[in-house]
Design a protein around this ligand. Structure first.
Ligand SMILES: Cc1cc2nc3c(=O)[nH]c(=O)nc-3n(C[C@H](O)[C@H](O)[C@H](O)COP(=O)(O)O)c2cc1C
Ligand SMILES: O=C(O)C(=O)c1ccccc1
Length: 387
């Protein structure tokens, strides 16, 4: 489905003729508000929350608000097409689903529902290492749908090799290595609830089912879940990795590699030097470093420095079609969507995720046309005004 996402608007209005309303809001703020009313407080706090004082969660939105779009008229932008090429593959739109671990806190079908929704739209899903279902089961749910694997990089090389081998065998086409979470940040909201999904009955299915990981345990994760979880935490924690180590991943993964969590232009250059294929300019949705730069503020200098040599993607704070337009105009090839689809999953399972993604893509396609552009590639900083 290359074009046509905007038709979701008329579909909703047509249903409205018989009195029907979308079961879930088309507005992100209302979606988050509904989630805050319906989800257990510790679960909502975990999803919505950020590191420390929440300054970076706010900075992500403020960064978007500082840029304004300057629409152009009479450009003949009637037929819009959101299709974009990412890592050599054509996507229906410049949007992917960000990796979100522990989705069983949101809905029992968790990542399986997300995978089916994403696949039905042809939107790639980036599956977390700490997903609630195994990467094999999620791949099965996705069918022919595009999928990437996000790695929380374990410091046990054999466990790492085993995870990557499984991901490759299960049809994950690209590897996303998250660099900004060698350990979880100080998150007062979760601490005050004493709540972390892992330890609250939502373990990471892929590591715990991994034969090499299991061989490191005295008792199976079924017999002694706490020991398994502690071992996994200790494996994916630590800040002792350096850039040189990326060569190990190159040997273990023969497809494209994308580094997630880049915020400094020198780190973007290092990613290029290390032969990586892409980077995600991201601060993990404000969940890691309290007081970190708003992600959209970090994007322009990075895109300018490395955008011609490596694919630059963006996440952290994307909520509307206009947000996507701003990120693309500032040099991102595509964006990742995080919390909004998590709320869609919580409220409506597969249908909820599909509704949220269709809403964003419809908004994007319509707004792109209203700003005078037919395709994402026509966007440039000239479309924006810095307020
Ligand atoms: C509940 C939750 C769980 C997340 N889990 C992961 C994860 O397992 N791996 C990862 O790389 N990023 C994870 N992230 C970060 C997202 O991939 C993404 O960077 C972030 O949510 C983007 O910001 P946004 O939520 O403002 O759109 C998580 C985010 C949330 C909200
Ligand atoms: O909460 C997060 O942001 C995150 O990335 C994560 C880390 C470990 C388990 C689940 C999610």
């Amino acid at each position: 489905m290359a074009g046509g996402f905007g038709n979701y608007q008329s579909e909703i209005y047509l249903h409205g003729l018989s009195g029907a309303k979308p079961p879930i809001s088309t507005d992100f703020a209302a979606l988050e508000e509904a989630a805050s009313q319906t989800m257990p407080p510790e679960v909502f706090g975990y999803v919505a929350g950020g590191a420390g004082s929440g300054a970076t969660v706010r900075a992500n939105r403020e960064a978007f608000d500082r840029w304004k779009i300057v629409p152009r008229m009479l450009t003949g932008a009637t037929n819009r097409d959101l299709a974009t090429t990412v890592l050599g593959t054509e996507l229906p739109a410049p949007v992917l689903l960000a990796p979100v671990g522990g989705q069983s806190i949101l809905h029992p079908e968790a990542d399986l529902a997300t995978a089916r929704a994403a696949a039905s739209l042809g939107v790639p899903m980036i599956v977390s290492t700490v997903a609630s279902h195994t990467i094999e089961k999620i791949a099965e749910a996705a069918g022919a749908g595009p999928r990437w694997f996000q790695l929380y990089w374990p410091n046990d090389p054999d466990v790492c090799a085993s995870l990557l081998g499984r991901a490759r065998a299960a049809g994950y086409s690209a590897l996303v290595v998250t660099l900004d979470t060698p350990t979880l940040a100080w998150r007062p909201c979760d601490l005050d609830h004493g709540y972390l999904p892992f330890f609250a009955g939502h373990p990471p299915a892929t590591p715990l089912s991994d034969p090499v990981f299991r061989s490191r345990l005295e008792k199976t994760p079924e017999e002694d879940p706490a020991a398994a979880l502690l071992l996994w935490s200790s494996m994916q924690s630590g800040t002792d990795f350096t850039w040189e180590r990326l060569s190990v991943l190159r040997e273990l993964w023969d497809g494209p590699i994308v580094l997630k969590g880049i915020q400094h232009v020198d780190d973007a250059r290092r990613a290029v030097d290390a032969g990586m294929d892409g980077i995600v300019v991201s601060n993990h949705g404000g969940r890691q470093v309290d007081g970190a730069i708003g992600a959209l503020e970090a994007l322009p200098p990075i895109a300018q420095a490395v955008g011609s040599r490596i694919e630059v993607y963006f996440d952290s704070g994307v909520r509307t079609g206009s947000d996507v337009i701003k990120a693309l105009a500032l040099g991102a090839k595509a964006v990742l969507l995080g919390r909004p689809y998590a709320y869609g999953l919580a409220q409506g399972g597969e249908d909820g995720v599909r509704h949220v993604v269709r809403s964003l893509l419809a908004d994007l396609e319509i707004t792109l046309g209203l700003t005078g552009h037919r395709t994402p590639s026509e966007l440039s900083p000239a479309a924006l005004h810095r307020a």
